[in-house]
Design a protein. Structure first.
Length: 133
């Protein structure tokens, strides 16, 4: 029971930190679903623990009958939030690569323009110098 309690505190702490970060709308929705589902799961968990004190077989039966579905319901929004984070990360990466390409192109164009201006100026100065001789 102590181990369950410690694990629950760790999970709660992690969720609080996650909730404090900048979340998109879909993440917020899934976080609310998660909080509802974890509340249901923890309620079932308490029922099983209480039942185990007087009827271990009944507790096992309740655990095997209901806990897997409740656990699945609780985990589903976490998977969705993870997928959202992965998509956001991929989008940010793609945007960064696109920006880097645009900056590189601008740099190359600027260098090309400078080179053309330098050649034109050198040619003009050479022409002026040659015409004075």
């Amino acid at each position: 029971i102590d181990r369950i309690s410690r694990n629950n505190k760790k999970i709660d702490s992690l969720i609080v930190k996650y909730a404090e970060s900048h979340l998109v709308d879909d993440e917020n929705k899934n976080l609310l679903v998660y909080r509802t589902e974890i509340s249901k799961y923890r309620h079932l968990e308490k029922e099983i623990i209480m039942l185990a004190k007087t009827d271990i077989e009944g507790a096992k039966m309740l655990f095997s009958k209901e806990s897997s579905e409740e656990f699945r319901n609780m985990i589903e929004p976490i998977h969705k939030m993870t997928n959202i984070q992965l998509k956001i990360g991929q989008d940010l990466r793609d945007d960064s690569l696109s920006e880097a390409k645009a900056i590189r192109l601008t740099l190359y164009l600027s260098m090309g323009i400078i080179l053309v201006v330098f050649i034109v100026m050198a040619s003009w100065l050479g022409f002026v110098y040659m015409s004075q001789s």
